[in-house]
Design a protein. Structure first.
Length: 667
C-alpha cells in the first residue's frame, strides 16, 4: 500500500485555468470520469458538474469559486483546482495560482486567445509555473488549429510547441496524434511538418542534442521526450495539445501530459510545518474551513498550529479531503499536499501557517475598480445582512467590506456586474436574504500633491504621551506605499516604532477626499515616548492624526483607474468608434487594418467607459470585439474631483477623534 509520504513524492498540484466558456469545467469533469473518480459524467449546462456545486454555479452554468478535487491517473494522485473563467472572479484565480506546481490553460479552438487567457498567462509566467496549453472544442464549427497555434505563439509565447497534432477539425475531428510516435505520424503524412518542429524544439533544449540533431537530422525519440519534459518543467517550452472535451477526445492524452510535463510536489514531511491558507469556506456545523497547501512538514488532527501571520495558535479539529460537495476525513496533511483544515477559527485567506520559509509570494491580478452600496428590503434584515457580508468578506477579502455604522450603510468593492448578481444570489440561497445594489461607482485613489511634513503631539487628555513627525513625499506611479523609520531607539522604543509601522497603511486607507492614498513614501523622522505617561495604545491613536496632518499640509491629487484595451471592429464603423474613444478621454495608437477590420489599441478611463462594452455591440451590430486589462492609475484631469463619505471620525478633528478611539478601545 502506498503511504502518504510516498504519495507526496509523485503528487501533482495542478490548476486548470481559462477564459469563460473555453470548456474548462467540462474538461475537469471528463478527467474525473475517465480516471474513474466519478461513475457518470456531469454537465455544466445541466448544472450537474462535480466541481460546480454551489446553487448559483448550477443555475448559471459558470464557476464562481475555485473548487479542489482529487483523483488518480496511472497510480499518480492529482489535486486539481478548477478555477473560475469570468473576469469578475479573478480573485479566486489569483489565490489558486499561489499554491499550484503546474497549470493547464484551456483555450477555445474557435475563439482562440481571449482577455482572461492573457491575464492568467502573464501571471503564470511571472510566477514561473510550468504550463500545458490545451486547445479545446476542436469539434466545433469554426475550429482552426493552425490559426489558434499562431495566436498562442504571437500573443502568449513563441515557445508554444505542439506535442500532439489534431486529426481533422469540426465534425471530422477524430482526436490527437502523438507527434513523438513515428508510426502514428506516418499514418497521417500531413503531421510530419509538426513532428519536425517538435524535434527541433526538443533539440534546442540541450546543446549536445542540438549538435547531434544538426549533424544527423533525426533524434532518438527517448532523448527527445526527455528533453521536452525537462524544457516544460523549466518553463522553457509549453506543450500544446488538442481535444474536444465535450466528446471526451484528447482528455486521456491531457492527463498523460500532466504526469509527463508538470512537476511533482516537493517538500519534506519531516521538516517543520510551513503552509498557506488559500481559500476559506464555512460549514454550518463545523464552522470555518481553511483550505491549506502545505509546503513542508506534517499537520495532524488535534495538532496545535501556529498562524505566523496573526501570531496565534489554533487547534486542528479535522483534516478532510474535499471532492466538490463531498469530503472524507483523512486525519493528516503532509508536505506537498492540499486539504481542508477545520478548527483554524482565526485564520484568514493568505495567512502563513508555521514557518514562512518556502511559502511563495502571491501575484496580484484582481483589482476591484468599482464600489457599490448594498440595499435591503426590510429594516429588520439589517443586522443579518451585515453579518452575512462579513462572512462573505472572510471568504473573499477583496470585497473590502465598509460598514458605516452611524449611517447604517454597507459598501463593497466589486469587479463587475456578474459578481453583483452572484452575490445577490448567494445572499438569497445561503442566507435567505434579499438584497440589491446601488449603481456602481468608480474607485479613485489619492496621492500627495507635493512633499511636506505631518506632526502630532498627543499629550492630553492624560495619561498619554506620543510625539511623531513624518516626512511625506510623492512616489512613482504604481509604487504604492514605501515606509521607513529614522527615529532613534532611545527616544522612541522599537516596540512603539513597530506599532507606528503597522498603523501607517491603515491611516492611509482614507485621504482628504475619502479615498485610499497611494504612491508615496512616508518616513518617521522622529518620535518620542514618555517613560511614565506613554501607554502602548497611544501610538495607535497618534499615527492617523500625524498622517492626516501631513496630508492636509501637502494636499492630495485625485487618481483614476485606466484600462488598456484592444478592439477589433468592421472597417466601416472605425471613424465612429474613434470619435467615441475621444469623447471618453481615450488614447489610442494608429489603427491597423486587417482583412476589412480595424484594430485599435490604447488606454481608456474606467469612469467614462462603464457602459462602453454594451454600446460597442449596438454601434457595430454585434460585430465589434473588445478586450480590456487593468492598466493602473493616473492623475485625473483638473475638472474631475470626486469625494466619498468617510468611515468614522476624521483624525483632523483631533478632540473628537481621540474621544471616539479611546471609547472604542475601552469598550
Amino acid at each position: 500500500m502506498t503511504t502518504r509520504a510516498e504519495e507526496s513524492l509523485t503528487l501533482r498540484n495542478v490548476g486548470i485555468f481559462a477564459h469563460v466558456d473555453a470548456g474548462k469545467t467540462t474538461t475537469t469533469e471528463q478527467m474525473l470520469y475517465q480516471s474513474g473518480h466519478i461513475r457518470a459524467l456531469g454537465s455544466v449546462d445541466a448544472g450537474t458538474a462535480q466541481t460546480d456545486w454551489l446553487d448559483v454555479e448550477r443555475e448559471r452554468g459558470i464557476s464562481v469559486r475555485a473548487a479542489v478535487t482529487r483523483f488518480a491517473w496511472n497510480g499518480t494522485p492529482i489535486n486539481l483546482v478548477d478555477t473560475p473563467g469570468h473576469v469578475d472572479f479573478l480573485s479566486e484565480v489569483e489565490r489558486s495560482l499561489r499554491v499550484m506546481d503546474g497549470a493547464v490553460l484551456v483555450v477555445s479552438a474557435v475563439e482562440g486567445v481571449q482577455a482572461q487567457t492573457e491575464i492568467i498567462w502573464q501571471a503564470l509566467r511571472e510566477l514561473g509555473i510550468p504550463t500545458i496549453l490545451y486547445v479545446n472544442k476542436m469539434d466545433r464549427i469554426g475550429a482552426d488549429a493552425d490559426r489558434v497555434l499562431a495566436e498562442l505563439r504571437r500573443l502568449l509565447s513563441p515557445a508554444a510547441v505542439p506535442v500532439a497534432a489534431p486529426v481533422g477539425a469540426e465534425g471530422e475531428f477524430a482526436g490527437p496524434v502523438d507527434l513523438l510516435d513515428a508510426e502514428a505520424v506516418a499514418a497521417h503524412p500531413w503531421a510530419a511538418s509538426w513532428r519536425l518542429a517538435l524535434l527541433e524544439a526538443a533539440a534546442e533544449q540541450d546543446e549536445a542534442l542540438l549538435e547531434a540533431y544538426l549533424e544527423g537530422g533525426e533524434l532518438d525519440e527517448g532523448e527527445a521526450a526527455r528533453a521536452l519534459t525537462d524544457g516544460a518543467r523549466r518553463s522553457a517550452l509549453f506543450p500544446v495539445l488538442f481535444g474536444a472535451s465535450g466528446r471526451g477526445l484528447g482528455v486521456t492524452e491531457l492527463m498523460d501530459a500532466v504526469l509527463t510535463y508538470l512537476p511533482a510536489a516537493a517538500g519534506s514531511a519531516e521538516a517543520p510545518a510551513s503552509g498557506v491558507v488559500f481559500k476559506m469556506e464555512r460549514d454550518p456545523v463545523m464552522g470555518k474551513i481553511a483550505y491549506v497547501r502545505l509546503y513542508e512538514g506534517t499537520i495532524r488532527n488535534r495538532d496545535a498550529v501556529h498562524n505566523h501571520t496573526r501570531d496565534v495558535q489554533d487547534k486542528v479539529t479535522q483534516i478532510r479531503r474535499v471532492h466538490g460537495a463531498k469530503s472524507e476525513d483523512i486525519g493528516v496533511l503532509t508536505a506537498g499536499d492540499i486539504a481542508a483544515v477545520y478548527g483554524l477559527s482565526r485564520a484568514r485567506i493568505g495567512d502563513v501557517l508555521g514557518s514562512p520559509e518556502g511559502v511563495p509570494g502571491e501575484k496580484r491580478l484582481a483589482v476591484p475598480l468599482l464600489t457599490v452600496q448594498v440595499r435591503w428590503g426590510s429594516e429588520a434584515d439589517y443586522p443579518a445582512v451585515v453579518a452575512a457580508f462579513q462572512e462573505l468578506a472572510d471568504e473573499d477579502p477583496l470585497l473590502d467590506l465598509q460598514w458605516l455604522q452611524d449611517e447604517r450603510e454597507l459598501h463593497l468593492k466589486v469587479m463587475g456586474p456578474i459578481q453583483m448578481e452572484v452575490l445577490a444570489s448567494i445572499l438569497l440561497t445561503r442566507f435567505k436574504l434579499a438584497v440589491t445594489f446601488g449603481a456602481p461607482s468608480v474607485i479613485y485613489k489619492e496621492t500627495p500633491a507635493m512633499a511636506g511634513e505631518g506632526f502630532v503631539a498627543y499629550l492630553a487628555p492624560k495619561p498619554c504621551w506620543a510625539i511623531l513627525r513624518f516626512a511625506i513625499e510623492p512616489g512613482e506611479r504604481g509604487s504604492g506605499l514605501v515606509y521607513k523609520s529614522l527615529a532613534r531607539g532611545e527616544r522612541l522604543l522599537e516596540s512603539y516604532q513597530n506599532e507606528v509601522a503597522r498603523r501607517v497603511p491603515e491611516a492611509l486607507q482614507q485621504g482628504l477626499r475619502g479615498w485610499e492614498v497611494t504612491d508615496l513614501s512616508v518616513t518617521l523622522v522622529e518620535g518620542e515616548h514618555h517613560v511614565w505617561h506613554t501607554h502602548p495604545l497611544d501610538f495607535v491613536i497618534a499615527t492617523p492624526m500625524g498622517i492626516m496632518n501631513g496630508l492636509a499640509n501637502v494636499g492630495t491629487k485625485l487618481l483614476e483607474p485606466l484600462l488598456r484595451f484592444r478592439m477589433s471592429v468592421p472597417e466601416e464603423y472605425g471613424g465612429k468608434i474613434m470619435n467615441e474613444l475621444v469623447v471618453m478621454r481615450g488614447e489610442f495608437d494608429a489603427p491597423v487594418l486587417r482583412q476589412e477590420r480595424m484594430e485599435l489599441e490604447g488606454l481608456l478611463p474606467v469612469a467614462t467607459s462603464l457602459d462602453f462594452p454594451a454600446r460597442l455591440g449596438a454601434m457595430t451590430k454585434g460585430r465589434g470585439t473588445l478586450t480590456t486589462f487593468f492598466a493602473g492609475y493616473r492623475e485625473c484631469p483638473p475638472d474631475v474631483d470626486v469625494s466619498r463619505a468617510r468611515r468614522g471620525v476624521n483624525p483632523l478633528d483631533e478632540a473628537k477623534y481621540i474621544l471616539s478611539v479611546r471609547n472604542a478601545m475601552s469598550g
